[in-house]
Design a protein around this ligand. Structure first.
Ligand code: 0RA
Length: 659
């Protein structure tokens, strides 16, 4: 294992003492990003990352998180244990110093470096400051030490409470509910996900999550590190070859780890990390990776005569189609760009990554000629398809099909010309489109009916969608152009609302549309313009048919019925006997289940799904590009079963599956 071990030893002096903990309690958001559920989980990451740092430095191989039944969290690692000696600057133990002094993690500046790093690598003291209670137990030098804290203030001395010959650190904390007003409940899945990734990125570390209340327990250990990660990302995809490329090389003081494998998908999934922190916007490691990949593949293809002398090179995009890759660099002093620190900035890293991939991918292709041929064949195919699609698009643009004042005939536009007061409903099917047109508020609401079948371009390249008539209408109606001519300032509607049936086809169409926006008009999603309408699933008709109640989920139906039954003081046993007749016991004349938008008349459609005063809209956000990508691949991929499962789970409220 090419783990980096620190050349110099830590000592107590290296811990930079900065300031007390009051600022953390005053402005928690500055340290953990916020006091909502994400901030709450940062407390866990902070401690876990310290344990992972010990593992990266070669001192630990296990981190265990336990969600205690009483609401606390226990994090144990088997590293060196926080030093218990007296700290020269504070005169207190190093344990107390680390826990009460801001930025006293001991892993900043000087000899050691913090590798995994939570949000800002702010340290354990922040967790202490934001916890109503915290217990630190240190296993070191044959002894067990313990110290208790409340709101960051020590309540006991650091005492020896027992003996054994383990080493490590155990922190138990109870988040302060006066800080985390929204919730102090931890999410098992969120923590599990984080521990899975930590294990992928740190070969040889076992991470475990235990939920005391339910008895659930899960451990991760990946011999292959990021190679296992690539394998995991490609589950359900058709891989070009089972073999996964992997290199781990340290140049000067920068460790470069890269793993990659191609699939037959059309999308690329490349994840970049610096010191185990994800860099969603890439940076210098990604740039180095891309240029080496393009170079190596083109050189190899030319050497083998797969690209002729006069032919042009494969583009970078072509070499990355279907690629899944993880790039992980570890460096002493990571610099990030921009407000969000999502992008690695160290210029030297580009050259390191480029050099490592150049050398080792070259070897790999030489040693695996069959795989090399498949990769190049795939890239050549991509180049050809891209050219054809470009020609088709240019044709469309040349013919002026996307511009000009005239709007598509199918669009029922709104009379307002101010985008701020305008919204566009994308409606599945011509018949629902008709109802929407007559029911709408024509001042502010525009309707564009889309024929689902036409959109249903399974296994087709998204490029092809641009040649689709329905999509052309959509692009034109939006007024933003496409690709090179894309300009969101031309957007004619503030809200774009996808309205489909609450069934499998509807879920499919809305996913395709979201995919389209994600791929070609991402800023529309980023800026919060894209929504899903939520049509009701049930109508409960009151006697005399004057008015109805609508339920948008099974749960809501249950709660309406329950409430009405209680109000009418109906004997529960009678009600239980006749499950399907509950609506009668609840005093309704009829219960209708809606299968599609088409079952509502224009007025009902407006009242239930389009009336701005009453409707339910779900804002689409794609902060989790991984999930979106998984959706594309499941829907576009060859694995019919996965696709079916996905659609069925998304349309979970649909009882009558018609696929
Ligand atoms: C300061 C110095 C050393 C280790 C640690 C802190 C440390 C902190 C945490 C928090 C959770 N687990 C931890 N493990 C270690 C260096 C130790 C040495 O030089 O012996």
């Amino acid at each position: 294992m090419a783990n980096k071990t620190n050349k110099s030893n830590y000592s107590s002096e290296q811990i930079t003492v900065l300031e007390g903990l009051e600022p953390v309690r005053k402005r928690p958001g500055m340290y953990i990003g916020g006091t909502g559920v994400e901030g709450l989980h940062h407390l866990v990451w902070e401690i876990v990352d310290n344990g992972i740092d010990e593992a990266l430095a070669g001192y630990a191989n296990e981190v265990v998180v336990t969600l205690l039944a009483d609401g606390g969290v226990k994090v144990i690692d088997n590293g060196r244990g926080i030093p218990t000696d007296t700290h020269p600057k504070t005169g207190k133990s190093t344990v107390e110093t680390v826990l009460t002094v801001l930025h006293a993690g001991g892993k900043f500046g000087g000899g050691g470096y913090k590798v995994s790093g939570g949000l800002h690598g702010v340290g354990v003291s922040v967790v202490n400051a934001l916890s109503a209670k915290l217990t630190a137990r240190i296993y070191r030098d044959g002894k067990i030490y313990e110290q208790l804290y409340e709101y960051g203030v020590p309540k006991t001395e650091l005492k020896v409470v027992g003996k054994n010959d383990l080493t490590g650190t155990e922190i138990i904390f109870y988040p302060d509910e006066t800080i985390f007003k929204e919730t102090i409940e931890f999410n098992y899945e969120t923590i599990l996900d984080r521990l899975r990734h930590a294990a992928y990125l740190t070969k040889g570390v076992r991470t475990t999550l235990i939920d005391e209340a339910s008895g659930k327990r899960y451990s991760f250990y990946f011999e292959g590190g990021i190679r296992s990660y690539v394998k995991h990302l490609n589950i359900g995809k058709e891989v070009l070859d089972e073999d996964i490329f992997y290199v781990d090389k340290t140049v000067d003081d920068v460790q470069v780890e890269i793993s990659l494998q191609y699939t037959d998908a059309y999308t690329e999934t490349i994840k970049t990390f610096a010191n185990n922190v994800l860099n969603p916007d890439g940076g210098t490691h990604l740039t180095g990776f891309r240029s080496a990949l393009t170079r190596v593949i083109n050189d190899y293809a030319r050497k083998q005569g797969l690209i002729k002398e006069k032919e042009e090179n494969l583009s970078g995009e072509d070499t990355r189609e279907g690629l899944t890759a993880i790039i992980l660099v570890k460096l002493p002093d990571p610099q990030f760009e921009g407000q969000t620190k999502n992008k690695l900035g160290n210029p030297e890293v580009r050259g390191y990554v480029e050099a490592v991939l150049n050398e080792y991918l070259n070897y790999y292709l030489d040693e695996h000629p069959a795989i090399a041929r498949k990769i190049i064949g795939k890239a050549l195919l991509s180049a050809r398809a891209r050219k054809a699609a470009r020609a088709a698009r240019e044709n469309i643009i040349r013919k002026g099909l996307l511009e000009g004042a005239s709007m598509p005939g199918k669009l029922a536009d709104c009379s307002s010309k101010d985008p701020k007061n305008s919204e566009l409903y994308l409606v599945e099917g011509d018949s629902a489109g008709g109802s929407a047109k007559s029911g709408r508020d024509s001042k502010t609401q525009a309707i564009l009916p889309l024929r689902g079948k036409v959109l249903n371009v399974e296994r087709a390249r998204l490029d092809k969608m641009l040649a689709n008539n329905e999509i052309l209408n959509l692009i034109k109606a939006l007024g933003v152009g496409i690709e090179d001519s894309y300009d969101i300032t031309g957007l004619r509607y503030d809200r774009i609302i996808i309205m489909t049936d609450a069934d499998v086809d509807g879920a499919h169409i809305s996913t395709l549309l979201m995919t389209f926006f994600f791929r070609f008009m991402k800023s529309i999603i980023d800026e919060g313009h894209l929504y899903l309408a939520k049509p009701p699933l049930f109508e409960l008709v009151k006697p005399g048919r004057k008015t109805s109640l609508y339920a948008y989920s099974d749960e809501e139906l249950d709660s309406i019925l329950e409430k009405s039954i209680q109000e009418r003081k109906v004997d529960e046993s009678v009600v239980k006997d006749a499950k399907d007749e509950r609506y009668k016991a609840a005093g309704f004349a009829e219960q209708k289940r809606y299968k599609g938008l088409g079952e509502m008349d224009a007025e009902q459609l407006f009242e239930t799904t389009m009336n701005p005063e009453k409707r339910v809209l779900i804002k689409v956000n794609v902060d989790d590009a991984e999930k979106a990508d998984a959706i594309f691949n499941k829907l576009m991929g060859t694995e019919v079963e996965l696709r079916k499962n996905f659609i069925q789970s998304r349309a979970k409220f649909v009882k009558d599956l018609d696929i």
